[in-house]
Ligand binder design. Structure first.
Ligand code: ADP
Ligand code: MG
Length: 223
């Protein structure tokens, strides 16, 4: 599902060069639940951004969901993005739109047939436990519910791969647990998951394969 071969990412900030990723190689099979761990600034977000082609590596090759990301034609980027769902620390919902509309929007952009939109949105909201909040505005939701809505938005296109960048970073412990349980359910239904977190305890608690970055280098890869 994911393969990185000798990936480097060097940012230039004026005269300064920042090495965000240094010679990183690993692969993740379809159906795995993998944790991407490492302290703040270790390169986790940079790595995820390369996977959904939000940015290009300075060097190296990346394959995601059957796409050669590094040489992907611009016209093929939407196809890659269809196969990859992404959630972030903050939910980034459209504030003036209902939960339903936030999720339905994705299917409209993808050109899904109109009659399919409502059933698919409602089924996805049910899967994240938000059926009752479909007509609510984001501001009327708790932070945990907002993150559930963000998950629904990422999942409604039925991606093969879900990338989660510190998705519990804004949540207290109890609500974090709920979101992690939900990620496990999503994984159990067949979605490959890569979860980035700087919280070592969270990585331990999940008991999944953990890829650890430190200063942009792959420090450990524990099955
Ligand atoms: N767009 C950017 N321009 C310049 N430097 C960046 C940029 N994005 C990230 N960095 C730097 O790359 C390093 C890794 O950052 P990041 O991938 O955000 O780490 P993490 O997500 O693990 O906290 C940091 O030193 C950060 O300052
Ligand atoms: Mg980050």
């Amino acid at each position: 599902m994911i393969q990185l071969h000798r990936v480097w990412k060097v940012y230039r900030v004026g005269p300064v060069r920042v090495t965000a990723l240094a010679d990183v190689s690993f692969s993740i099979e379809k159906g795995e639940f993998t944790v991407l761990a490492g302290p703040s600034g270790s390169g986790k977000t940079t790595l995820l951004r390369l996977l959904y082609r939000d940015d290009l590596p300075t060097e190296g090759e990346i394959q995601v969901a059957g796409y050669e990301v590094t040489s992907l034609r611009r016209s093929k980027i939407p196809q890659l993005r269809r196969a990859v769902g992404v959630v972030f620390q903050d939910a980034k919902l459209l504030p003036a739109r209902s939960v339903y509309e936030n999720v339905a929007f994705v299917l409209r952009v993808l050109g899904a047939p109109r009659r399919e939109i409502t059933p698919r949105v409602m089924q996805t909201l049910k899967a994240v436990g938000l059926s009752a909040k479909a007509q609510a505005l984001p501001a009327q939701l708790s932070l945990g519910e907002q993150q559930r809505a963000a998950l629904a938005r990422a999942l409604v296109k039925e991606p093969a791969l879900l990338l989660a960048d510190e998705p519990t970073g804004n949540l207290d412990e109890a609500i974090s647990e709920e979101i992690l349980d939900l990620l496990k359910e999503i994984w159990n239904r067949g979605t490959t998951i890569l979860l980035a977190t700087h919280r070592a305890t969270l990585a331990d608690q999940l008991k999944r394969r953990t890829i650890v970055l430190d200063g942009g280098r792959l420090l450990e890869d524990e099955p």
